[in-house]
Ligand binder design. Sequence first.
Ligand code: NAD
Length: 392
Amino acid sequence: MVIAPRIRGFICTTAHPVGCARQVHEQIEYVRRQPVLSGPKRVLVIGSSTGYGLATRIAAAFGAGAATLGVCFERPAEEGRTATAGWYNTAAFENEAGASGLYAKTVVGDAFSDDIKARVIEMIRADWGQVDLVVYSLASPRRLDPRTGQTWMSVIKPIGERFTSKTVDVQQSVVKEVSVEPATEEEVANTVAVMGGEDWALWMDAMRAAGVLSADVTTVAFSYIGPALTHSIYRDGTIGLAKNHLEQTARDLTARGMRAYVSVNKAVVTQSSSAIPVVPLYISLVFRVMKDKGLHEGCIEQMVRLLADRLYAPDGTPVDERGLIRLDEHEMRPDVQAAVAGLWRQVDTDNLADLADIDGYRGDFLRLFGFASQGVDYDQDVEAQVDLPSAL
Ligand code: NAD
C-alpha cells in the first residue's frame, strides 16, 4: 500500500516502514561515527521502541557492542492498517543488529504486568544469566496495576490553580491561548502511579529476587526539568510530582545497593512530549535558539553522551547536587534560556515561522512515524506487514 501520514491532533495514526527503518539506520550510522563506547554488555531497555529508549538501545548495541533485550507496547500491521512506528523501528533495529552479529530480542507487551516481567526474567536467565544495565524509559498514559487490577490514568495538569499560557497548534501553525484546570488529588495520585517510580522498583526488585542482576548493575530512568515558563504545566504539575517520585525511587534503589540514576534529558520531539500543552511551542523556540548556537541535539546524541560521559565515564558518573545526571546543560544555559524567554514574549501566529523552528518541529514529528525522511519515495507501494525477527 501507499502510506501517507494521517494526523489526528498530536498523533499520527499511520506509520511508514521504510521511513522508520531509515531513521533507525541514521541513528545507527551516527553511533558508528562516534568513538567506541566502553560499558554495558547485556542491556535491558524497558520502553525500547521509540524516543529515548530506542536511542539508548541503539547507542548500547552499536556503540558498546551490547546484547540488548527490549520491552515495548507496539502493534503489528493488520488488514488495511499499518503497524505502529515503534513496531517498524524495532523490526529495523533487530534486522540491523542481526546483520552485525548482535543479540537483539524484543518482548512486546505490557511492561507494567507481572507476566511480562516474568517472561523477561526467564529470557535473561536463559540467554545471558545476568543483566548489566537496565534502562527504564516508559512513557504511558495508563497503567494497569497487576496487584489491585486498578487502571491508573495519568493527566498533564497544573496543581493548585488553573494555568493559562501561549501554546501552538503545530499542524495549523496557529499560536493561541490554552487554559488547563488544576488536577484533583486523585488525578495527582493517578499520575504518580503511572509515571512515578513504583513500577521501576517492581522491575528491579523482581530481577534482584530472581538473581538476574549483575553485582555491579546500573539502572537509569529519565526525567525533565525545563524552564520556568513550562513549570506550572510540567515540573510543578502532576507529571513533575511523578518525576519527583521517580527521583526518590533512584535514591531508594541506591540505598538497596544498586547503582541507580535519574538522567534529566533535553526536550525533544517524541510521541509523549507532543501531547503536552505548551511544550511544543517551547520546543520549537528552543530548537531555533539551539540550532542557531550550534547546540542542537536529538535523542541519539543525548544517549551516546549518557553512556560515554555519564554512566560509564572513566572518572565516575558526574551528578548535580540532587544526585541527578544532567544532559540538559546546553538547553538550560542562561544565554539559551534568555533568548527563548525573549522570543516567547514576542511569538504570535504571524511571526511564528520567523521566530520558532516550527518547520523543524513538524519535520521531527513526521519523522517519528517514518515520514519526511530524505531518500524515501513515499509514492511507492510498500509492504505494511513487517515481522519482528525475534518473534519468529
Ligand atoms: P516515547 O513515547 O517515545 O517512548 C515511550 C516508550 O514506552 C515506547 O517504547 C513505548 O512502546 C513504551 N511503552 C509505553 N507504555 C508501555 C507499556 N505499558 N508497556 C511496555 N512499553 C510501553 O517517550 P519518550 O519521550 O522517549 O519518553 C521516555 C522517557 O523520557 C519518559 O520518562 C519521559 O518523561 C522522559 N523524557 C522525555 C523528554 C522529551 O522531551 N521527550 C525529555 C526528558 C525526559
